[in-house]
Each structure stands twice: as C-alpha cells, then as structure tokens.
Design a protein around this ligand. Structure first.
Ligand code: NDP
Ligand code: 8X3
Length: 251
C-alpha cells in the first residue's frame, strides 16, 4: 500500500487531497495544528476507506517539534511515496510600509521555512527508498506580484525557486518534484488572510466562480498518477474567470 504525507490537512486543499488519496487507497500521514479537526478527518477517512491514517499535531514552523514527531513515526510509516507540501497561509494585505512584521514572520516561517523543514526530513527518507514524489503547493502569487501582496508573493516566489532547486538536487535519486500553482480557490485562505473577517473574505470571490479545493486535489492526482517516466514540473491553474493575479471577470 502506498503512503502520502500531507501538511495542512485540516482544511481546504490539504483536506481535499486527504479525501482523494484515501479514495485511491493510500494510507495517510496528516499534519496540522488543530488537533480535534485533524483527528475527526482521520477517523472519518479511516472508517470510510478502510485505510490507516496517522495524525501528527505539529506546527511546521517549529523545527524541533516537527522533527521529533516525524522521526518518531514507526519505520514502516517513513516509506512516503507522495509528500504534499501544502501547509501555508497569507496574513494581511497591506502596503510595505504598513505591513505587520509579525505577519511577515508567520508567512515566511510557514510557507518557506516550514516547507523546508518537512522536505529535508521526508526527502531523506525518499532517498533511502530510491523513490518518491514531492508536490509543492505554490500559487499564482509565485508567478506574479500584485499590489499589497509583497511578502506573501515573496514566499510563493521562494516556493517556485525551491521547487526547481529540489528537482535538480533530487534528480539523481529518482525523486519527482512538481509545483501546483493555483489562482483563486475558495477555502479558509481569505478568512485567515483577513484574520477571521468572514465578510471581507467572501467579497474576494463575489461575482465569479472560484476554484474548489477539489479542483486542485484533482490536478495533484493527475501529476501523481502519470507513468513512472513522466514528470509534471509545474502547473498553473486558474478559475475560468481569472486571467492573472489581478484581472478577474466579475458578473
Ligand atoms: P486553508 O486555510 O483552507 O488551509 C491551510 C492549511 O494549512 C490548514 O490545514 C492549516 O491547518 C495549515 N497550516 C497553516 N499554518 C500551519 C502551520 N504553521 N503548521 C501546520 N499547518 C499549518 O487554505 P488553502 O487550502 O487555500 O491553502 C493551502 C495552500 O494553498 C497554502 O500553501 C496556500 O498558500 C496555497 N494557495 C491557496 C490559494 C487559495 O486561493 N486558496 C491559491 C494559491 C495557493 P491548521 O490551522 O490546523 O494548522
Ligand atoms: C493565493 C492566491 O491571488 O490570493 O495564493 O495570492 S492569491
């Protein structure tokens, strides 16, 4: 049986991936901070699909705790076929002089450093196994910069660079590396960006049909299910009503 490790599995894209990979018969290692939510998802998937699911309650920013929980997995759970580096967030949408430096730290520590900490450990396991596939969740914000997106865009540009860099470094080990870069997906993303302001979050998607988390999970599954000799390097996926980070056709 194959195993997928998904970070940020309590919501949105990560949660949809957990469902889809469970449906495909994968056993799962799910990582996130919200313990009750993660355990509930794990119980549901284990019952529904008769698979084994391990939950790791960890903040990807905390390298010491993250390393302890990952290294504490039983040996057979360290055979990871697919790593989905999905945990991430945006905080605030302010011009550079008005940005909150705590928000900047949170985004850089989660989207860049957290992704690196997880990748260092799991890619080591994949190298030992001589196989594996790493999926990095980037963004349109890693391809374009938009006003007030400054630091979030910088973190996703870093993910874009790391995606290319890790593909080169892991090439001799036969490990595939793919970036999936979504445009607007309606998840908890905007509620988190606007710190719980649901009305402001809803306005982001007003007058257009955004992507669903399931659309991104489907794209990830497409990349993962290609034949062994094929790698999808990079995918940019937008709602039909979005042409760029800022150009949206609202009705
Ligand atoms: P959600 O807010 O719905 O999900 C984010 C997930 O990340 C949650 O499960 C959250 O879990 C987890 N997470 C956040 N911080 C941490 C942390 N420090 N440690 C562990 N887990 C963490 O957003 P999305 O599903 O939309 O976002 C998933 C990814 O997709 C992100 O990387 C985001 O940047 C990217 N993306 C999203 C787009 C969108 O429009 N929605 C577009 C392009 C990219 P918990 O709070 O329980 O820890
Ligand atoms: C999320 C998409 O356009 O809000 O990465 O930055 S956007």
């Amino acid at each position: 049986m194959k195993t997928a490790l998904i970070t940020g599995a309590t919501s949105g894209i990560g949660k949809s991936c957990a469902h889809l990979f469970a449906q495909q018969g994968y056993q799962l290692v799910l990582v996130a901070r919200r313990e009750d939510k993660l355990n509930e998802i794990a119980r549901h998937l284990a019952d529904k699909y008769a698979i084994e699911v391990k939950t790791l309650i960890a903040d990807v920013r905390n390298n010491a705790v993250l390393t302890a929980v990952l290294e504490g997995l039983p040996q057979q759970w360290k055979q990871i076929d697919v790593l989905i580096n999905n945990a991430g967030l945006s905080q605030g949408l302010d011009p550079i002089d008005k940005g909150d430096t705590t928000d900047w730290d949170t985004m850089i520590d989660t989207n860049v450093k957290g992704l690196l900490y997880v990748t260092k450990i799991v890619s080591g396991w994949m190298i030992s196994a001589k196989k594996g596939h790493i999926i990095n969740i980037g963004s349109i914000a890693g391809k374009e910069v938009y006003p007030n997106g400054n630091v979030y865009c910088a973190t996703k540009h870093a993910v874009d660079a790391l995606n290319k860099g890790m593909r080169m470094d892991l090439l001799p080990h036969g490990i595939k590396v793919t970036a999936i870069n979504p445009g607007m997906v309606e998840t908890e993303f905007s509620v988190v960006r606007f710190k719980g302001d649901e009305d402001k979050a809803k306005k982001v998607y007003e007058g257009l049909e955004p992507l669903l988390a399931q659309d991104i999970a489907d794209a990830i599954w497409f990349a993962v299910s290609r034949p062994a000799h094929v790698n999808i390097n990079d995918m940019l996926i937008m709602p039909a009503a979005q042409a760029s980070a800022t150009l949206v056709n609202r009705k």
